[in-house]
Design a protein around this ligand. Structure first.
Ligand code: WQD
Length: 331
C-alpha cells in the first residue's frame, strides 16, 4: 500500500512517515520545504532503513501533483501541508486562507481525477474554540478565534461536503491537541527558527541558554495553579494515530472526526517543572500578561478514537520532556 504524505518533512509529518514505513507502507512525500529541511528525508531513511520517494514541490501546483499520481499508484493520502502559526495567521490572514485552502482544493481535485478517494486530514483541537466544559468530545460545538483555526474548520467542512456529494470518499479528520516530544533516535523533532510561539520549543531554548527567560502568559487562569492547562501528546503517539486512521479509511467509506489527545491536562508550570526534573536543567521564568486568544484549559476525551481507531496515547509527560530535549542536544 502506498501513501502520499503532503508536508511529510514537517514535525508531525516526518514522525508519521517513520511509523508508516515501519508498519510496512510505502511512502511518497511532497513538501515545498517552506517550514522544514530536506535532510529530514535522509533521517527518515536512516531511522527506518527503507526507501522513500520525495518531491520538493508545492501542493498548490496541480501539474506537480498529477506527475506524482501518474508515477505512483497512490492508495491513500495524509494531508499535513499548510501554514500553522496562530500569531502569523492573525497578521497575515490572506496568506493563510490562500495557501491552506488552495493547496487542499488542488490536492482533492487531482486525487479525484485519479480516483484516489481516501484521505486523512491534519486538523486541530483549535476548532473547538473555548469549550464550555471538559473533557472535549468530537460532538462539541465548533468555533475558531484565529485565521489558522478557521482554515482547519473550513477544510473540515469542504471534506464533509465532498463526502456528501460522493459517498465513495473515505475521510478521517484528526484533531490534534498539543504535540511535543521527538523520536527516540534524536534525529527528527521540532526545532523552529527564531523566537518560538509554542511552549515546549521556548522552554528548550531557555534550557540551552539560547533565550534568557520563559515568559509564562498569565497565572490567573481558572486552573489548579493559575497557568494554562493543555493536553500535551507525544508526537510518536500522534504519528501512530495516523497509521490507525489509514487502516480505518482503507477498510471502508465515510467521513468522521477523532480527537488525538491523551485525555490528561497539564499546566504550564507542570510542564516546566517536569522538564527541569527529568533533564536536570534550569529554566528561568517569569509571569507575564495573558496572551490574546488563549483559553484557560483544553484537554481531550480520547474515547471515540480508542473505540473507532483502536488507538490511545501510551507515552507520559516525562517521556515527552526527555525525548524533546534529547533531540535538541543532538542538533
Ligand atoms: C501552550 C500553553 C500558553 C508560550 C497552539 C495552537 C494549536 C496547535 C498547538 C497547531 C498556553 C503557554 C506558551 C510561551 C506560555 N498548533 N505559553 N509562554 O496555544 O495551546 O496551541 O499550538 O495545530 O492550534 O493554537 O500551544 O504551546 O502556544 O501554548 O506561557 O512562551 O503555554 O499561554 O497556556 P496552544 P502553545
Amino acid at each position: 500500500m502506498k501513501i502520499l504524505v503532503t508536508g511529510g518533512t514537517g514535525f508531525i509529518g516526518s514522525h508519521t512517515c517513520v511509523e508508516l514505513l515501519e508498519s510496512g507502507y510505502d511512502v511518497v512525500i511532497i513538501d515545498n520545504l517552506s517550514n522544514s529541511k530536506k535532510e529530514v528525508v535522509d533521517y527518515i531513511k536512516q531511522i527506518t532503513n527503507k526507501k522513500i520517494s520525495f518531491y520538493e514541490q508545492d501542493v498548490c501546483n496541480k501539474d506537480s501533483l498529477r506527475n506524482i499520481f501518474k508515477e505512483h499508484s497512490i492508495d491513500a493520502i495524509i494531508h499535513f501541508a499548510g501554514y500553522k502559526a496562530v500569531g502569523e495567521s492573525v497578521e497575515n490572514p490572506l496568506m493563510y486562507y490562500r495557501n491552506n485552502i488552495d493547496s487542499t482544493l488542488s490536492l482533492l481535485e487531482v486525487a479525484n481525477e485519479f480516483n484516489v478517494k481516501k484521505i486523512v486530514f491534519s486538523s486541530s483541537a483549535t476548532v473547538y474554540g473555548n469549550p464550555k466544559t471538559l473533557p472535549i468530545r468530537e460532538d462539541f460545538p465548533l468555533s475558531t478565534t484565529n485565521p489558522y483555526g478557521s482554515t482547519k474548520l473550513i477544510i473540515e467542512g469542504i471534506l464533509r461536503d465532498l463526502y456528501k456529494s460522493d459517498n465513495d470518499w473515505s475521510i478521517a479528520l484528526l484533531r490534534y491537541f498539543n504535540p511535543i516530544g521527538a523520536h527516540k533516535s534524536g534525529l527528527i523533532g521540532e526545532n523552529p527558527n527564531g523566537i518560538p510561539n509554542n511552549l515546549m520549543p521556548y522552554i528548550i531554548k531557555v534550557a540551552t541558554k539560547e533565550l534568557d527567560c520563559l515568559g509564562i502568559f498569565g497565572n490567573d487562569y481558572n486552573t489548579h495553579d493559575g497557568t494554562g492547562v493543555r493536553d500535551y501528546i507525544h508526537v510518536v503517539d500522534l504519528a501512530k494515530g495516523h497509521v490507525k486512521a489509514i487502516e480505518k479509511i482503507l477498510k471502508g467509506t465515510g467521513c468522521d472526526a477523532y480527537n488525538l489527545g491523551t485525555g490528561n491536562g497539564y499546566s504550564v508550570l507542570d510542564l516546566v517543572n517536569t522538564f527541569v526534573k527529568v533533564n536536570n536543567v534550569d529554566v528561568k521564568y517569569k509571569f507575564k500578561d495573558r496572551r490574546a486568544g488563549d483559553i484557560d484549559a483544553c484537554y481531550a476525551d480520547p474515547s471515540y478514537a480508542y473505540k473507532e481507531l483502536n488507538w490511545k496515547a501510551e507515552k507520559g509527560i516525562e517521556e515527552m520532556c526527555k525525548d524533546a530535549y534529547n533531540f535538541i542536544k543532538k542538533q
